[in-house]
Design a protein around this ligand. Structure first.
Ligand code: 6GU
Length: 282
């Protein structure tokens, strides 16, 4: 079995203590794949640190460890004909049973996420929902997919969540799982150093981010917007809010249409951008 080892940490003892103070391991994640090395990237950066601090359990399993023939066969041709290969049911059942057998007593039904372009489309709301679970299992299929019978079998033992990361086709579930694991695990308390950095982000409240700048104030003839140097915090907050509204109206009007809590000031700003844009294009 490939159980990735935690990487070394640069945290100060104070940071370690604060993180450990967040409580017991918040979540355990298992991933099953025929390419366990793919998932090695998850050991880097903030997620690797969370694993090392014991806030996140992460175990990657090689599906081929649950095969017993000479060639470690995981796939076969589809009944009824057609292109491509289908992943066999039995190795998946054995891998999932291994994971079920290893879970702590009293744990709720684990959630089984099956990455598939035919799944529900993953978004920030789903990431938040999944971040509250005790135990997530990602079943990374390859080829044309997995024998439906083991999916149905798993549906009786797990909370089943077929999940897509967007309307395009990948070769397998590994990259999609990494995308979802990163989006989910950074929402676990203590995984991100500064929880405030979560609150003003794109998609947290349905608006895209405002533009950001750092020193120098003038760079190759381009100046930082003067208001950001003013020290007027209320004016800066309004300017940033306006930039978020303007950007969202421009590139993601679908997000804007979903918002229900816009203030009078917000609506006035949006009308202003609308009429300014009208003037430019006419
Ligand atoms: Cl989750 N898996 C695969 N194989 N392809 C995808 C996908 C997932 N999401 C979009 N395309």
């Amino acid at each position: 079995m490939s159980e990735p080892s935690p990487m070394s940490s640069n945290d100060t003892p104070a940071e370690e203590a604060a993180a450990v103070g967040q409580g017991d391991r918040a979540m355990s994640i298992d991933v099953v794949s025929i390419f366990p090395e793919y998932l090695a990237g998850l050991q880097l950066s903030l997620i690797g640190k969370a694993v090392e601090r014991g806030q996140l359990g992460l175990n990657v399993h090689d599906l081929r460890d649950f095969t017993f023939d000479r060639h470690n066969t995981v796939d076969d041709s589809p009944y009824g004909g057609g292109a491509g290969m289908v992943m066999k049911a039995e190795p998946w059942a054995l891998a999932l049973e291994h994971i079920l057998a290893g879970r702590p007593a009293g744990e709720a039904k684990p959630t089984l996420i099956v990455p598939s372009p035919a799944g529900e489309v993953f978004d920030q709301r789903i990431a938040e929902d999944l971040a509250s679970r005790q135990h997530l299992v990602f079943a990374c299929g390859r080829y044309e997919g997995i024998d439906q019978r083991v999916i149905d079998w798993a549906g009786e033992r797990f909370e089943l969540r077929p999940m897509s990361i967007g309307d395009y086709v990948l070769n397998g579930g590994e990259v999609a799982s990494m995308v979802m694991i990163e989006a989910i695990s950074r929402l676990i308390p203590g995984v991100i150093g500064n929880p405030e950095s979560l609150t003003e982000e794109s998609h947290e409240d349905g608006l895209l981010e405002y533009p950001i700048f750092t020193k120098p104030a003038s760079w190759r003839g381009r100046d930082v917007p003067e208001i950001l140097l003013s020290g007027n915090h209320a004016a800066i907050a309004r300017w940033r809010r306006d930039r978020r509204l303007e950007k969202t109206a421009e590139v993601r009007p679908d997000l804007l249409a979903r918002l229900t809590d816009l203030s009078g000031e917000d609506l006035a700003a949006l009308e202003r951008f609308e009429s300014e844009r009208g003037t430019v294009t006419e």
